[in-house]
Design a protein around this ligand. Structure first.
Ligand code: C5P
Length: 222
């Protein structure tokens, strides 16, 4: 069963504030994208990788990853995923969509997601329970309520899909979603959760980047 991994890496990364697209920020001597592609390939469960990047970086990334397909991303994440999906082999059976910013994701999580899709789920997301108490607030910051966290989950990537289900969902999509499972849910298709992994955290802020650097370097020498 052939599996393709789509890596949306075309975000501008403004919240990280490093002055260059997030996936190209250095993390312990390599770009986040490099760590991410290494992680995907070392999982051993992916046959093909398609990366979407800012249009001005397509040539550079093609020469860095000659074994991968590299396409120009769009102005939002959904457009970047859609561009990668259009470039995926049409005989793919399982699709993983994996944020470049979750570049420390362990190999076992890729395998678990692929296994769940192969076992019959149309859409699979790794998810972690929410540990903090969650409050809703009004525009002035006054708390308006406490949300019951028991049924809440923080979802990660890789998210896994039956190729034909994701392809049809994107063909019918009329709006943007912050993750691909959201698109699938909006079309009334069940999304299965499996246990996530703390190491699949998304690097969004300078704090996250410091944590990832520590996990890759200082910790290894401790
Ligand atoms: O901004 P955020 O961290 O939510 O982005 C998640 C992933 O989507 C990142 O890997 C980012 O590069 C990617 N993305 C993209 N194209 C965009 C916006 C985000 O590929 N236009």
């Amino acid at each position: 069963m052939s599996t393709v991994a789509l890596i949306p890496a075309a975000g501008r990364g403004e919240r990280l504030g490093m002055g260059l697209p997030k996936a190209f920020v250095d993390l312990a001597g390599q770009s986040m994208l490099h760590h991410c592609v290494q992680g995907v390939l070392s999982s051993g469960v992916v046959d093909r990788v398609v990366i979407s990047v800012p249009v001005d970086l397509v040539d550079q990334v093609r020469s860095e990853f000659p074994e991968s397909t590299v396409v120009a991303g769009g102005s939002n994440r959904s457009d970047s995923v859609k561009a990668a999906l259009l470039a995926a082999p049409s005989d793919s059976e399982v699709v993983l969509v994996h944020d470049a910013a979750r570049c420390l994701t362990p190999a076992s999580l890729f395998a678990d997601v692929v296994d769940a899709v192969r076992s019959g789920a149309s859409a699979v997301v790794p998810a972690l329970p929410v540990v903090d108490t969650i409050k809703s607030v009004d525009p002035t910051g006054i708390v308006t309520g406490t949300v019951d966290r028991a049924s809440l989950r923080a979802v990660q990537t890789p998210q896994g899909f039956d190729y034909s289900v994701l392809k049809a969902a994107y063909a019918a999509a009329a709006t943007d979603f912050t993750d691909d499972a959201g698109l699938i849910e909006s079309q009334g298709i069940d999304v299965q959760t499996i246990p996530g992994d703390p190491m699949a955290f998304k690097i969004t802020t300078a704090w996250d980047l410091n944590l990832a650097t520590w996990l890759l370097t200082d910790r290894a020498h401790a």
